[in-house]
Ligand binder design. Structure first.
Ligand SMILES: NC(=O)c1ccc[n+]([C@@H]2O[C@H](COP(=O)([O-])OP(=O)(O)OC[C@H]3O[C@@H](n4cnc5c(N)ncnc54)[C@H](O)[C@@H]3O)[C@@H](O)[C@H]2O)c1
Length: 492
């Protein structure tokens, strides 16, 4: 008997009960279910699988499968810990020897991983790390979590996926599942990974199984973790989907099968494009409101009181991180192969890239009103991380702002509790180290520029002691600043 989506979900429910369903139920996210019109993905019964597939499914269900997570970064390490926690023998393969050594010492380096979880898994021998791909010969499952950056020309750089696929192909054996989690353009799994794995001479869906299942982790998010964030999965064949679905259901509350890897790949890029476009829209409102003399913050706070049909997004100094500024360009690149020009994506990218320049322009104006030229002024930047409370400065717009200020001959210092130093490789012109946030440092700067709204900073104290504050995150609007101090604060 064939299983449809409903049956599949029932099976997922059963897996959940093994993981203390009662406790987990309260964490379940509220989302829509897929309509039955799209109930195309068909999960196979055991009898419909090849012996290699049946054997793998058995190992997954009994959690005796050996799992390799390739790329132990923000995505890979939390994933490896989740797999280890439910009993899978897990190994991280990473080319960075420092990361490998840290994992093997039980030392955590990723915010979303609980240090004790990692330590106890390593101590119990259930999690370890290596740079040696030959361990794949003894693994049943290989999950790819390697970077997908852009080339200098804003084209996709899928060389990491290609290299790792070649290495997996060397050790591919019957009864193995390969799953790609890196964010990439629709078609990568079938057009890039599959041909490389097929060089092994094995047949997909019969001997080995291949799926795409995008990672949706939101670093630093306390409510939604790898475990309780719905997971999409698309298999190259129904058998691939069946084993990949079973694998992810062991650790994730709700797994949603889709009809192909391309749908899952496109859904992931769309999710990030959705954010990029909506952030660009509120950034454009900030540019317009500035000209019209309207506070964009007051306007947005007012607009978002509508209880339906609108979702809050706020402006800022630009977009950063490894996803939002990058992933939409993967789609743009792929669209060109179909004679399609992704206008929204390009426009959003253009507006978001304008924001650091606008921050500098507005700061120049604010200083000018106080009779101070930007050149030669001392600006204390608060935050260089791309997002609050994270030790991650990749693609951070704060770094772009700092480099623009340095170019203008501004004396810049910065404070970030998470980022001790920034150098030329990260984009600044003059390397800087984070200074201590003393009253002297705050009062001595011609302007304090809030670029990242880290929670540990006492913004009321900043406003009290600073000569001028430029707030690009709207964080001081909640402070109830006294009438006398209000003129000190300039918002984006
Ligand atoms: N960081 C996020 O918030 C996030 C969220 C969702 C999806 N993603 C996607 O997940 C993927 C991974 O992102 P990340 O943030 O975890 O990256 P990361 O840079 O934190 O980690 C990648 C790891 O892969 C390792 N690596 C690179 N090449 C390798 C190779 N050839 N062999 C073995 N190891 C190799 C690196 O040493 C590094 O430890 C990307 O496609 C990204 O777009 C990231």
């Amino acid at each position: 008997m064939n299983m449809d989506i409903k049956d599949a979900r029932d099976e997922g429910q059963q897996a959940k009960s093994e993981m203390a369903a009662a406790a987990l139920a309260s964490e379940a996210p509220t989302t829509v279910d897929l309509p039955t019109a799209w109930a195309v993905p068909r999960l196979l019964t055991e009898a419909e699988l090849t012996p290699a597939g049946r054997n793998l499914l058995h190992k997954i269900r009994t959690r005796t499968a050996r799992v390799a997570v390739i790329g132990a970064g923000y995505v890979g390490l939390p994933l490896a810990v989740e797999k280890g926690k439910v009993g899978f023998d897990t190994i991280c393969i990473d080319q960075n020897p420092a990361r490998v050594a840290k994992i093997n010492r039980g030392e955590n380096y990723i915010l979303d991983v609980k240090p004790d979880d990692l330590k106890s898994l390593v101590a119990a021998g259930r999690l370890r790390a290596t740079s040696d791909f030959s361990v794949l010969a003894d693994c049943d499952i290989a999950v790819m979590c390697v970077p997908t950056p852009l080339t200098p020309n804003y084209d996709p750089d899928i060389s990491y996926i290609e290299n790792v696929s070649d290495r997996i192909a060397e050790f591919l054996h019957p009864g193995m599942l390969v799953s790609l989690e890196s964010t990439t353009y629709p078609g990568t799994t079938e057009e890039v990974v599959l041909p490389k794995l097929a060089t092994s001479g094995l047949t997909v869906g019969e001997d080995f199984f291949l799926a795409f299942s995008p990672e949706r982790v939101d670093p630093g998010n306390k409510r939604y973790t790898t475990h309780n964030t719905n997971k999409l999965v698309g298999g190259v064949t129904p058998a691939c989907l069946t084993v990949a679905y079973a694998f992810y259901s062991q650790t994730i509350l709700k797994v949603i099968p889709v009809s192909s890897p391309r749908v899952a790949e496109m859904a992931k890029v769309f999710e990030n494009t959705y954010r990029a476009v909506n952030i660009a829209l509120v950034n454009e409102m900030a540019l317009l409101c500035d000209r019209m003399g309207i506070s964009v913050w007051e306007m947005l706070d007012a607009a978002f009181t509508k209880p339906f049909g609108i979702q809050p997004f706020y402006p800022g100094p630009g977009v950063g991180g490894h996803c939002i500024p990058i992933d939409p360009f993967y789609l743009t690149w792929k669209a060109r192969q179909y004679d399609y020009h992704t206008r929204f994506i390009e426009l959003a990218g253009e507006i978001n890239l304008t924001m650091p320049y606008f921050v500098v322009q507005k700061l120049t104006r604010a200083l000018g009103r106080r009779g101070k030229p930007l050149t030669g002024s001392h600006v204390l930047a608060l935050g260089v991380a791309y997002k609050k409370d994270l030790p991650d400065e990749r693609e951070s717009p704060a770094i772009k702002v700092i480099s623009l200020l340095q170019k203008e001959g501004c004396r810049v210092s910065y404070h970030d509790p998470f980022i001790p130093a920034v150098d030329r490789r990260q984009g600044v012109i003059e390397p800087l180290t984070s200074i201590e946030l003393t009253q002297e440092a705050v009062a001595g700067a011609d302007a304090v520029l809030i670029l990242t709204d880290h929670s540990s900073i006492d913004y009321a104290w900043i406003v009290e002691h600073a000569q001028l504050v430029m707030d690009t995150r709207g964080v001081t609007r909640w402070l109830g600043i006294s009438q006398g101090q209000r003129g000190k604060v300039v918002y984006l």
